[in-house]
Design a protein around this ligand. Structure first.
Ligand SMILES: CC(=O)N[C@H]1[C@@H](OP(=O)(O)OP(=O)(O)OC/C=C(/C)CC/C=C(/C)CC/C=C(/C)CC/C=C(/C)CC/C=C(/C)CC/C=C(/C)CC/C=C(/C)CC/C=C(/C)CC/C=C(\C)CC/C=C(\C)CCC=C(C)C)O[C@H](CO)[C@@H](O)[C@@H]1O
Ligand SMILES: O=c1ccn([C@@H]2O[C@H](COP(=O)(O)O)[C@@H](O)[C@H]2O)c(=O)[nH]1
Ligand SMILES: [Mg+2]
Length: 354
């Protein structure tokens, strides 16, 4: 039955992508180049809606779908609607954050998921969140949802990050039936979308984006399943392990926040200082940028799985995770400096170093 759900998920996503692309052009649901945009031509932003449709029908086919997962579809639908409106009309950030908070609340009360404790990241024993559990759960959910949005800035990246995270969650979660079924259906749908979004020559005329509708949906599903396998009596991995599975999007969010605040700018104001932007501007092609970040994400996920299986101390894994965040931040700063230097050199006709 899972095979049927996977097939339906990918088929419906492909169908919706094909049908919605021309419609999107006629209603103006397209991304136009200019400003901080890095793409060329008008690109339909239909991936989020198409992936949601694929996931909806794929999950609906699953027998015995736990009732909590209908709430995943409900909160996902909320994010897709608000995201699609934002992709078309630019909804104010406050309204989007309210919608994301509502999605998190649906997860808590409908899906029954709360971050009750964060495991033992400091080596002092399990840290229970007590009365702060609800607010922490909402913050974690907003953080991961937005991390996936922020990383969606180059072809294929957000989809690849989601597949890596979901695959790792399933493996660390001991291939639990419900998590495996849901993650497989979602991965199938993302794969269907990537047919239109992965940067290869063959699909250049079909290129489409998932928009905030898609990236926030994927962030929600990833955080939902992570909390599902890392909390409660049936937990099969520690929360710290979960951090390794979303390291690239989280590091991007945190480093952007630090860089923006240190420059006296609002961390919520969009920019072009994300890791993918820096690689791209430093001379990497779109595909090379995607491959570098995918390779880093695979390494982080593999290390998370290694720590999980070898039962490394959570505190050690957490310290190394923080270390990697700092190293990535320093590399980011170095690349930015080199890039500025390079630009100055090329303006004055000097030798380029990168
Ligand atoms: C604005 C921007 O950058 N734009 C981009 C983007 O452009 P686009 O056009 O797409 O988008 P817009 O600009 O239009 O809009 C953007 C969207 C908005 C709505 C605007 C708001 C933007 C945001 C970025 C909002 C983010 C909101 C937040 C609430 C984030 C707050 C961030 C923080 C830094 C606070 C974090 C605090 C927490 C409590 C959360 C902690 C969660 C963690 C996962 C990390 C924990 C790690 C620690 C170091 C914390 C504490 C230590 C401990 C001891 C505890 C240990 C903790 C754990 C072990 C965690 C436990 C975890 C679990 C139990 C489960 C965890 C689950 C998982 C990890 C899965 O994109 C464009 C293209 O790229 C771009 O150009 C543009 O700039
Ligand atoms: O697959 C993708 C996704 C995004 N981009 C570029 O990033 C910006 C930001 O996208 P948002 O929809 O605002 O989140 C987009 O305009 C593109 O320039 C991309 O190239 N490929
Ligand atoms: Mg976005």
């Amino acid at each position: 039955m899972i095979a049927a759900s996977i097939s339906i998920s990918v088929a419906i996503t492909l169908l919706f992508m094909t049908v919605l692309r021309p419609l999107a052009v006629s209603v103006g649901l397209v991304d136009r180049p200019g400003g901080r945009k890095s793409h060329v031509g008008e690109i339909p932003i239909v991936g989020g809606i198409a992936m949601f449709a694929g996931i909806f029908f794929g999950l609906a086919l699953l027998p015995d779908l736990a009732s909590g997962y209908w709430y995943l579809l409900l909160s996902g639908a909320l994010l897709v609607i608000v995201g699609a409106l934002d992709d078309r009309y630019d909804v104010p950030a406050e309204i989007r954050l309210v919608a994301q908070t509502c999605a998190a609340i649906i997860m808590v009360y409908g899906g029954g998921l709360v971050v009750w404790d964060v495991g033992n990241p400091l080596g002092l024993g399990t840290i229970s969140l007590g009365p702060f559990a609800l607010i922490f759960t909402i913050l974690v959910t907003l953080t991961v949802i937005n991390a996936f949005n922020l990383v969606d800035g180059v072809d294929g990246l957000a989809g690849s990050m989601a597949i890596i995270s979901l695959f790792s969650i399933v493996v660390a979660g001991g291939m639990a039936v419900d998590t495996t079924a849901i993650a497989s259906v979602v991965c199938a749908s993302v794969a269907g979308f990537l047919v239109f979004n992965y940067p290869v020559y063959a699909n250049r005329r079909l290129r489409s984006f998932m928009g905030d509708a898609g990236s926030t949906l994927l962030g929600l599903i990833v955080v939902w399943l992570t909390i599902r396998v890392s909390q409660g009596d049936s937990r099969s991995m520690s929360p710290v392990t979960g951090l390794w599975f979303v390291a690239v999007p989280l590091f991007d969010l945190f480093t952007c926040f630090v860089r923006r605040i240190s420059k006296g700018r609002s961390p919520f104001r969009p920019g072009r200082e994300h890791f993918h932007h820096l690689l791209y501007r430093a001379g990497f092609s779109v595909r090379q940028t995607l491959w570098v970040l995918t390779a880093i994400a695979v390494l982080y996920a593999a290390f998370g799985l290694l720590g999980h299986w070898a039962e490394f101390a959570e505190s050690v894994m957490f310290i190394i995770w923080l270390g990697c965040a700092s190293v990535q931040y320093l590399i980011l700063k170095k690349v930015a400096t080199l890039f500025r230097y390079n630009r100055r050199c090329s303006r004055s006709g000097g030798i380029q170093t990168i």
